[in-house]
Design a protein around this ligand. Structure first.
Ligand SMILES: O=P(O)(O)OC[C@H]1O[C@H](O[C@H]2O[C@H](CO)[C@@H](O)[C@H](O)[C@H]2O)[C@H](O)[C@@H](O)[C@@H]1O
Ligand code: MG
Length: 264
């Protein structure tokens, strides 16, 4: 997130969502596009990255909503695209993965992030170093690598130092991204905000106003994009005012309920 996009200190808390604000998606579906984060937004957070549960009805709800929006619904996530598709099978949605570093557009064209040999080596080293952090989980996402410390909180500072050192060695093409009990190194050229803008330059998103819904710091760039482009930004949960989102919804379960009500 650029400094221009940072929420100001002490900025007012996002207003609880006036849910009719989202009913525009149902009333004027030709005017709106929907961008949805996955973990902590569509899905409840789980103890481990692979332990997330997709409610049976959710892929169908998203598919129905996507059809209603003329296909202008995309998933914008820190996950790798290849992890995302099976979650929502049999449907495949336009998706930006690795916080925007890879993207599959509505026509199915895939833009992958390059994985240099040096990055492969760095992942191996991190995997080895993580043996010293009992409980930590290393998630290899291809062109990104995450170290989760949800079950190794005592090692947070040490993991941060090691990841920072790797980042410095890797150079300016890489970024250290903080998330919920996780630190990851991912390509620096991308952001979720850029991904939203890229979708909005293409059919069927073009000319529509974006609604961006997310729960974490990595979603702030897409909130900024949605605000700038005359759309709506919604943060799930309580961000203690440290967000650019203009509205909030209490939980992923509540969001899933709201999405269900939008389907005609
Ligand atoms: O952008 P998102 O779709 O929200 O993805 C962000 C990260 O989500 C995953 O990690 C988080 O969720 C896990 C499962 O609920 C949880 O165990 C972990 O503590 C969270 O940080 C995912 O594993 C990451 O790769 C994503 O970047
Ligand atoms: Mg999230």
């Amino acid at each position: 997130m650029s400094s221009q996009e940072q929420p100001e200190q002490g900025e007012a808390k996002p207003r609880p969502l006036n849910e009719p604000a989202l009913t525009a998606l149902s009333l004027y579906p030709q005017d709106w596009a929907l961008f949805l984060d996955i973990d902590g937004t569509l899905l409840d957070l789980a103890e481990r990255p692979e332990a997330i549960v997709v409610p049976d009805y959710l892929p169908g709800t998203l598919h129905a909503l996507s059809r209603q929006l003329g296909g202008a619904l995309a998933l914008v996530t820190g996950r790798a695209i290849e992890f995302v598709d099976p979650l929502f099978a049999p449907f495949r949605f336009p998706v930006a993965g690795l916080h925007g570093a890879e993207r599959r557009d509505a026509a199915g064209r895939l833009r992958r992030a390059h994985i240099p040999p040096a990055f492969q080596e760095m992942k191996q080293v991190i995997r080895h170093e993580a043996l010293a952090w009992p409980g930590a989980i290393v998630e290899d996402k291809g062109a990104a690598v995450a170290v989760h410390f949800r079950h190794a909180p005592a090692y947070e500072a040490e993991i941060g130092e090691v990841m920072q050192r790797h980042l410095e060695e890797a150079g300016p093409d890489w970024n250290l991204q903080r998330g919920k009990m996780v630190l990851e190194i991912c390509p620096s050229h991308a952001s979720k905000g850029h991904a939203v803008e890229a979708f909005l330059a293409e059919t069927p998103f073009e000319g529509r106003r974006p609604v961006a819904i997310g729960d974490d710091v990595t979603d702030e760039t897409m909130f900024a994009a949605a605000n700038r482009l005359g759309g709506q930004s919604v943060r799930i949960g309580d961000a203690n005012g440290k967000t650019l989102a203009r509205a909030s919804i209490g939980s992923p379960a509540r969001l899933r309920d709201v999405l269900g009500t939008l389907v005609k």
